[in-house]
Design a protein around this ligand. Structure first.
Ligand code: SAH
Length: 356
């Protein structure tokens, strides 16, 4: 694989211009062309010779939209091809206040949570900062962005991969995407979701990037959590909560817990009471998620009625919570489902991964 141009910050582009003996304004031209989401061979504002020289060193199209699935509610799901043939997926959800894109941070994932499709084939590799950024650039362009107005206004790092297991690249991506001369998306409009890699949660608190921290909790005791999330053997819930408090102290940002309701596993009234006791008085919010059932995983979600009952307990106990609206469930909205389905098809099996 060649290098990825989108990995370069404004300063790095300036050094490249200097190294190649180009006037400084070329760095700005290249940055603006990349921000447009164009492929390198379409950077027509550059002289052809410079374009050719760039193409010798950098990938023409590090991230390409290979497939789009659209849902009735306007949600779009993308399958992206990477330059080495790797595949990741993403989603664009349309809301009144703007468009939220869900991006992937790794090809596959090594966390192997029992409900999740992303970990089915293990971790293939980390994405570079520029590969994460390029997902946003191409979707932003597709969704009708102009140089004056971005179309993607909010980001969630909830696609395939564990962001804090690819820490350096993810932090660099956050710096690139929030840069004033980049897409300039405010850190406050970005949510990073983690399964709870405690030391990296502390590190993130020190970065001066006040993104919203979201933790996938999905259980109320360490023993129960370890049944669905192997990472629970490494990090205890009590230590995750301490790291969240530290994050709040440092950034002033309220944190969020994701809790997917799984039938017979974590969704009884007793679990709701225990969750309320665990979180009471904390500056946090709970997102209850209806499980997107992944066939290979064999776990079932709760009924809608049970989900509302669970929510009612949290509310009664004074814990801020919402039951997340399901967007795009019919297009395999959950992490890794589309990729798993396509990889299975490539192996000649029938599509096994559609939840609903
Ligand atoms: N690795 C990160 C981010 C990716 S997953 C993390 O663990 O947070 C984004 C969210 O979707 C997580 O809360 C994850 O637990 C949840 N999730 C994964 N598979 C799901 C499924 N099949 N149904 C519902 N939520 C799921």
């Amino acid at each position: 694989m060649k290098a990825v141009l989108q990995d370069l910050s404004g300063e790095e582009l300036l050094s490249l211009a200097e190294e190649w003996g180009l006037p400084r304004y070329r760095a700005g031209q290249i940055a603006r062309a990349a921000a447009r989401g164009a492929r390198l061979s379409e950077f027509f504002e550059l002289p052809a010779a410079l374009r050719e020289k760039l193409l010798c060193r950098f990938e023409d199209e590090p991230v390409r939209i290979r497939e789009v699935l659209s849902a009735a509610d306007g949600t779009e799901k993308y399958l992206f091809s990477l330059a080495d043939g790797g595949v990741v997926e993403g989603v664009l959800m349309r809301y009144k206040y703007g468009n939220t894109q869900c991006v992937s941070t790794q090809v596959g994932c090594r966390m192997n949570c029992a409900f999740c499709a992303s970990g089915l084939g293990g971790l293939v590799r980390d994405l570079s900062a520029g590969e994460i950024l390029a997902q946003v650039l191409v979707v932003n362009a597709r969704a009708g962005a102009t140089p004056a107005k971005r179309a993607v206004t909010n980001l969630v790092l909830m696609g395939s991969g564990e962001p804090l297991d690819n820490y350096e690249n993810v932090v660099k991506f956050l710096r690139l995407v929030t840069a004033e001369n980049g897409l300039n998306i405010s850190a406050r409009n970005i949510s990073l979701s983690t399964c709870g890699i405690v030391p990296k949660m502390y590190a993130l608190a020190e970065e001066g990037l006040p993104v919203n921290l979201t933790v996938s909790l999905h259980a109320v005791t360490d023993a129960e959590r370890a049944r669905t999330m192997p990472v629970a053997k490494a990090y205890k819930i009590a230590d995750i909560l301490k790291a969240c408090s530290y994050y709040f102290e440092k950034t002033g940002r309220r944190y969020i817990f994701e809790y997917a309701l799984i039938e017979g596993e974590n969704a009884d009234e007793a679990h709701a009471e225990a969750l309320a006791a665990l979180l009471k008085g904390r500056p946090c919010h709970v997102n209850l998620i209806r499980l997107n059932e992944v066939k290979e995983r064999g776990l079932r979600g709760t009924s809608e009625k049970a989900a509302y009952r669970f929510l009612g307990v949290l509310e009664k106990r004074g814990v801020s919570a919402t039951l997340r609206r399901r967007t795009g469930a019919e297009i395999g909205g959950a992490c890794g489902q589309l990729r798993a389905a396509r990889l299975a098809e490539q192996k000649g099996e029938e599509n096994p991964s559609r939840g609903e």
